[in-house]
Design a protein around this ligand. Sequence first.
Ligand SMILES: Nc1ncnc2c1ncn2[C@@H]1O[C@H](COP(=O)(O)OP(=O)(O)OP(=O)(O)O)[C@@H](O)[C@H]1O
Ligand SMILES: [Mg+2]
Length: 490
Amino acid sequence: MVDGDLRMVAWNQKFIDLFRLPPSLMRPGVLFEDIVRYGAKLGEFGTDSNIEDLVHARMESLKRVEHRRFERKRPDGTVIEVRDRPLPGGGFVALYIDVTERKRAEEGRLDAMRRERQAEQLLVEAIESSSEGIVVYDGQDRFVVANSCYLEFYPDIADMHRPGVKYEDVLRASVERGESCQLPPGMDKEAFVQDRLRSFRSPSEPIIRRMAGGRWMQFSERRTPGGGLISLQTDITALKNRESELILSKDAAEAANRSKSAFLANISHELRTPLHGVLGLAEIMRDDPGTAASLETYQDYAKLIHDSGSHLLDLINDVLDMSKIEAGRYNLMDEKMSLGRVAESCLAIVACRARDGGVNIVKRLDHTMPAIRADQRAVKQVVLNLLSNAVKFTRSGGTVVISTSRDPAGDVTLSVSDTGVGIAADQLSRVGEPFWQGDDSHARGYEGTGLGLAISKRLMELHGGAIRIDSVKDVGTTAEIWFPKARILN
Ligand SMILES: Nc1ncnc2c1ncn2[C@@H]1O[C@H](COP(=O)(O)OP(=O)(O)OP(=O)(O)O)[C@@H](O)[C@H]1O
Ligand SMILES: [Mg+2]
């Protein structure tokens, strides 16, 4: 307690201890200024100014003491709270309370709060920077937080995501609005909602779902220890697309492999049959003691061996052509050529066989047809195969018609029709498949390797054209090839 003249009136031991005041100083009537000065020397009021200035400042503030309360950090790091209170007759009472402990606790609390806020901030940033959609619900299935990635996945229900909104309400809104949600096939809305609610309440494996607009999403949901739910949603559309591309190319590779195996199996079969013929006849001739067979028989044998040999040569040539085309190494030698002339030269080749088989050949060649740009050897191979098929599969007394024309669209066509055995409707789609020879081609003893149309088809495709086969069983067949306008020379 200090009187109006700023002299000390009373103090307690705590005061002396707190400021470590020497007993010599603490005489009754000591000037408060002396105590302030003593404290100032010990750095009680800081070290910014000189002692007398500090003392002066403190004393000035005590001339008009008001009710006040402030804290002061002391040189030893402790903190005191100072409470000055004016006395009615002048002077004042000052209270000094050591608040170091309280301050420390307070600071600790502030620090903890700051750290908590930082951690929260970090968490929010981590969630935000994720390229996965993240959404969190609490133990009562109420929405807590979602990152913007999640909200971008579901723009139609973004407005539903307010803290406290129930998951079921969000889900139902999504099903009703239906912009991002697509019901699995064969599932109605209510069944879907119930299904989702079940997996939301006890999530297990990640779910992959197709969303509206063809997007694929993967949902990984986990219950948190506190009973809440965290759902991670990843857009796996790119992954899915790559997966289906891989499946497609794997299927294509397998199909190619299968057809290659089938092709090889066919070739070995086709080679073996005539080779057995050749070897069998050669054995008979080798083992003949020289008496059994007449010269005529030997000539027959030689003819059979020759036929088998030329069949093998045809087959090998066809296989070589085929594999060259398949490998993309068949280069067209484009030249100016006339379809009519090619038809004539092919007719000359089959004429003899047609005559022998009693097949009538009718020519309907349009001589005003423009020339075309094509590989003459390839076109001849195609036309010859069509003509020889027609002659081969037509019985005695039947007719084969070969014609050329320009169709209304301007494309050039050549067609060969016959009144032969025809092809069953259910078999028509197999025409052009390597080695396919019709159910009874072999049985009826028709010659051929079964590669003619397969090669023809590919050769026409190389020209940018096509081959078309129409046929009615036991009525006849029409085979037509056409070349695109780009190949017509005017
Ligand atoms: N004009 C036709 N009439 C009836 N069937 C036909 C006709 N043309 C083709 N076919 C059927 O299509 C099959 C395949 O014909 P393709 O020309 O490819 O082979 P191929 O004539 O048997 O043998 P090659 O390889 O010697 O031509 C024939 O075996 C036959 O069953
Ligand atoms: Mg043929």
